[in-house]
Design a protein around this ligand. Structure first.
Ligand code: KG4
Ligand code: ZN
Length: 356
């Protein structure tokens, strides 16, 4: 394997509404991780506007790169490689990060590694537990539960991802956002619904269960959103705070309960699994962590190691991109000189190769 000229990998992320740059040392030490969030910019539209997003990435990315290097105490010439999000994501936004990375790679004469954003989320969870890798983690069941994806992978190693289940329609985080909108809550809906649900009374509203058939591992969210919409239409009076809490609670229990059930079923079919790694924005939900532990207890599987990320690595960041890039280079099959080829293209959300 061609060695890198230094242990520092620069990560670049621009797939959606966060521009992020990070420097990772030796694959696990985060020297610097800076993020410019666009949440405030998109709030007034009730969701991410692709063109607004890509223009905003373009405005901040150079400054963010400089700030990241300065925080890490490094100069560009000390970097060994660049890892950048190739997809999936908003195409205009991806192109900003990919083009910036390619230009930088050419200028610094270092490899540029195109990274799958969804896979990288799992490495965000692992960065939160640097000592966890001392125990054997693989094979693992890895869940990426975000605004764009609800995926369950079997991983036999850090760069091996076998997609075994995914949502057939909306993503889990997306359904939180859409139900939040129906309840008149600001974007993003996930944290708001979690907060409201704390005041909800269990059992007040009966939510339908999604894809109950045991042998169907896939997930579905659009039915939950439709149920909430129809239920709201049937109410004659404006909702009281208590009713809002009850509805948020009932929705959240099934939105998260569904993934936990499917994880239990996936575990039964993958008895050799040593860990469950949960990643993505929805992993920030405290009730999710409780429900997952309950599921594993009832399944008699509690000895399996369960890793949820620190809050800072739940949502999009560039440290996770650099971490997966590091493992790709470590992979004996993927030699670093391959990454001198810059003819690769970004791929948008709807051309996601795993599901086609
Ligand atoms: O991973 P992420 O930052 O971005 C994507 O790659 O999609 O995930 C954002 C998603 C949003 O849909 C947001 O509502 C959801 O994660 N989310 C939550 C919570 N915090 C963020 N969902 C449920 N409970 C939360 N506490
Ligand atoms: Zn993400």
């Amino acid at each position: 394997m061609t060695p890198l000229r230094s242990p520092f990998i620069l990560g670049i992320e621009s797939s959606c509404d966060e521009t992020a740059v990070a420097v990772l040392q030796d694959g696990h030490l985060v020297r610097s991780s800076v993020i410019a969030s666009q949440v405030e910019l998109h709030k007034k539209f009730g969701g991410v506007v692709p063109e607004v997003a890509s223009r905003s990435h373009l405005e901040v990315i150079s400054e963010l790169y400089r700030a990241c290097l300065s925080e890490a105490g490094l100069s560009g010439s000390e970097l060994g490689a660049i890892a950048v999000t190739q997809g999936p994501g908003l195409i205009g936004s991806l192109l900003v990060g990919a083009t910036f990375a390619k230009g930088l790679g050419l200028g610094l004469e270092i490899p540029v590694i195109p990274v799958n954003h969804v896979h990288a989320h799992v490495h965000g969870a692992l960065l939160s537990h640097p000592t966890a890798t001392d125990a054997p983690l693989f094979p693992s069941l890895s869940l990426v539960v975000s605004g764009g994806h609800t995926h369950i992978y079997r991983m036999n190693g850090p760069t091996h991802f076998e997609l075994i289940a995914y949502s057939l329609d909306d993503a889990c985080g997306e359904s939180f956002d859409k139900v939040g909108k129906l309840l008149g809550l600001p974007y993003p809906g996930g944290p708001q619904i979690e907060r409201l649900a704390r005041g909800g009374k269990p059992g007040s509203i009966k939510m339908p269960k999604m894809i109950e058939a045991k042998r169907r591992l896939h997930l579905s969210y659009s039915g939950l959103k439709t149920f909430v919409y129809t239920w709201l239409q049937q109410q004659r009076e404006p909702l009281t705070d208590q009713q809002k809490g009850d509805l948020a609670f009932a929705f959240q229990e099934e939105a998260l309960g569904q993934i936990c059930r499917k994880t239990g079923e996936a575990l039964a079919a993958n008895a050799d699994v040593k860990s469950i790694i949960v990643a993505g924005g929805v992993a920030a939900n405290v009730r999710f962590q409780e429900l997952m532990h309950l599921e594993l207890q009832t399944n008699g599987k509690s000895p399996v190691q369960v890793l949820f990320p620190d809050l800072k690595y739940c949502s999009d960041n560039a440290a996770m991109i650099a971490a997966l890039g590091y493992h790709m280079i470590q992979d004996q099959a993927l030699q670093s000189h391959e990454y001198l080829d810059l003819s690769w293209d970004a791929f948008p959300r709807y051309n996601y190769p795993e599901k086609s």
